[in-house]
Structure formats: C-alpha cells, structure tokens
Design a protein around this ligand. Structure first.
Ligand SMILES: [Zn+2]
Length: 105
C-alpha cells in the first residue's frame, strides 16, 4: 500500500467518525483534518509528479536519450521528423545515425 493510499484510509475513517458525532464544532474540526489530509495525499503521491519529469527527453553529448529506453537517438531526425532514429556506434568517439547518416560526436 502506498503512502497516499494509507492517507486515504485514514480520511475514510475520519469521515465515518464525523458522521457519528453530534458536536458541530468537533465535526467541523474533523472535516478540516480530512481536508488537510487530502493535501498531504497529493504531496505523497509519486505518480503525477515523477511522470512529468521522467518523460522529459535528455540531451546527452549531442544525442537524445529517452527515458525508459536504452540507447542513443539522433537529434536531427527527432527534431526534423519526430522519429527516434537509433545511432550506431562507430568508435568510442563517433556514432552515425542509421537514418540520415549524420555523424554524431
Ligand atoms: Zn538522423
């Protein structure tokens, strides 16, 4: 169970508790706690925050590196045609794009 799921469980317990309470001041206080917890749950949720960061394309040494994908891709082909062209290693300092044949250092 993730942290945000645990927080949701606490929220549900608190919500159920407020329904059994007749004291309006105490009820109001508990409702505020439930609301505060929903903000904490948002902060604790790793999904939405990390996806926007990890989908960013990185430019490393003149080659594009896509997250969750191995290998280096040609920046020319991606910028021009939006395609991920694999670069082939020629030697330790040189790669060549398999599509446009541009050499990438
Ligand atoms: Zn290319």
């Amino acid at each position: 169970m993730t942290l945000s799921e645990r927080i949701k469980h606490v929220q549900q317990d608190l919500s159920q508790l407020t329904q059994t309470i007749a004291d309006t001041a105490l009820k109001h206080k508990l409702n505020m706690l439930v609301e505060a917890l929903s903000y904490i749950a948002l902060d604790a949720s790793p999904d939405e925050m990390t996806t926007s960061v990890s989908t960013a394309i990185e430019l490393k040494n003149g080659r594009y590196v896509f997250p969750n994908q191995k290998g280096f891709y040609c920046p020319n082909c991606f910028d021009r045609d939006g395609i991920k062209a694999v670069t082939t290693r020629i030697n330790s300092k040189l790669r060549i794009c398999s599509v446009c044949k541009t050499s990438i250092k």
